[in-house]
Design a protein around this ligand. Structure first.
Ligand SMILES: [Zn+2]
Length: 56
């Protein structure tokens, strides 16, 4: 797994997993929050993110 923010390798046992650290977790939180504001219309019919665990 890599940090979704900075792409650094992250281990599942890391306390901030899937982020490399608190900083990236906060950043992702911010992204997610701002994403909610920016969404103009639901143009993605299927948004499955179940297969994130491709290789641990
Ligand atoms: Zn990171």
């Amino acid at each position: 797994m890599v940090c979704p923010i900075c792409k650094k390798p992250v281990k599942p046992e890391d306390p901030e997993f899937p982020f490399c650290g608190e900083r990236c977790r906060i950043i992702d939180l911010g992204n997610w929050a701002s994403e909610k504001y920016v969404i103009p219309e639901p143009s993605q019919p299927e948004r499955k993110k179940d297969d994130e665990e491709d290789e641990a």
